[in-house]
Design a protein around this ligand. Structure first.
Ligand code: SF4
Ligand code: SF4
Length: 111
């Protein structure tokens, strides 16, 4: 796959797999060393709720996708993705992520 440009980038979060460990947030911050008052990628702890009979205590990730488009070269996974212990994050084109999300509970973030 070649370099993904600008608006083509998408980041997928599997809501059932994410354990809210904050590794992606830390990985993004360590990769880019941005100031602490900036907020590129954030893991959010929510009140527990039930989806399809499964309890979620969710932690949603809200990345800044223009930063992700610059971070991802289309070939090498960024540390937020490769370092996710649950394998809950994937990055690629929107079409690829939409296919990945079929039949799963996912959030897809697009630029
Ligand atoms: S690293 Fe993975 S499991 Fe941990 S908060 Fe991020 S998406 Fe969820
Ligand atoms: S792709 Fe890069 S900029 Fe985007 S959340 Fe991951 S580490 Fe941060």
């Amino acid at each position: 796959m070649g370099r993904v440009k600008g608006n083509g980038i998408a980041l997928l979060l599997d809501l059932d797999d994410c354990t809210g460990c904050f590794s992606c947030e830390a990985a993004c911050r360590e990769t880019h060393r941005y100031a602490y008052d900036e907020d590129w990628m954030r893991t959010v702890r929510r009140d527990p709720f039930v989806v399809d009979g499964k309890l979620r205590q969710y932690h949603l990730v809200a990345p800044v996708l223009d930063k992700c488009a610059a971070c991802y070269d289309g070939e090498h996974e960024p540390l937020c993705v490769s370092g996710c212990p649950a394998g809950a994050l994937k990055i690629g084109t929107f079409a690829e992520m939409a296919k990945e999300a079929e039949g799963r509970h996912c959030a897809i973030y697009t630029a």
